[in-house]
Design a protein around this ligand. Structure first.
Ligand code: SAM
Length: 193
């Protein structure tokens, strides 16, 4: 439950994020402080960033005074400045140009092609769009790399970490991929240099 006075458009969510429970039905896992800082340090260099499925990073960038578009299916983040309801499965274009798109997607609940279509639409069909996207080390990795080759993504060498620490695979995938989800960061620009 979020208390009303925490519902502010000025990026005051984070201190109180303990009050927002991760919604596992939406494969929702919040970044831990270390990952949040690393991603925010990269994104704050850009003028206008679109956060697709990364609402807590949107909150942090608002705190840092950056212009953001925050897109997520979870309406609990609607009070954040720049938030729009967005379903990857029914993507809309807002006719905006972003300097960077950051995406931390649900891996199993959305098809890779649907994710690709949504990001392509948000990029206005621009293969040179700067992108930071995370994907699981094993899960349909070849397919992910093939479909997203349009954006010329490369591994950055950075693995994201989350508040909960150990993130499990859904039961039906555990046998095939092991227990632990390891999330790697991809980009198509020198993000960590
Ligand atoms: C792995 S979590 C990433 C959260 C991020 N690490 C953060 O700290 O803000 C996936 C996110 O995708 C969102 N999501 C799940 N299904 C979605 C869909 N169909 N369309 C848009 N967003 C979706 C969830 O609400 C969640 O915020």
């Amino acid at each position: 439950m979020i208390r009303n006075h925490f519902l502010t458009s000025d990026g005051l969510f984070l201190d109180n994020l303990g009050n927002i429970e991760e919604n596992k039905a939406n494969e929702q896992f919040f970044y831990d402080k270390k990952t949040l800082k690393i991603l925010a340090d990269i994104a704050e260099k850009f003028e206008y960033t679109c956060l697709l499925c990364a609402p807590t990073l949107g909150d942090e960038l608002i705190r840092r005074g950056r212009k953001v578009r925050i897109l997520d299916i979870d309406m609990r983040f609607a009070p954040l400045r720049g938030f729009r309801y967005f379903d990857i499965k029914k993507p809309l274009s807002f006719g905006e140009k972003y300097d960077l798109i950051v995406c931390d997607p649900p891996f199993t609940g959305v098809r890779i092609k649907q994710l690709f279509n949504a990001i392509t639409k948000l990029s206005c069909n621009n293969p040179s769009q700067n992108i930071l996207i995370s994907w699981e080390r094993q899960y349909l990795k070849k397919k992910f790399m093939k479909i997203f080759s349009y954006f010329n993504l490369r591994l950055t060498g950075f693995c994201l970490t989350y508040r909960q620490g150990f993130i499990p695979f859904p039961d039906e995938l555990m046998k095939k991929y092991g227990e632990e989800v390891i999330v790697e960061l991809y980009s198509n620009f020198p993000a960590l240099n």
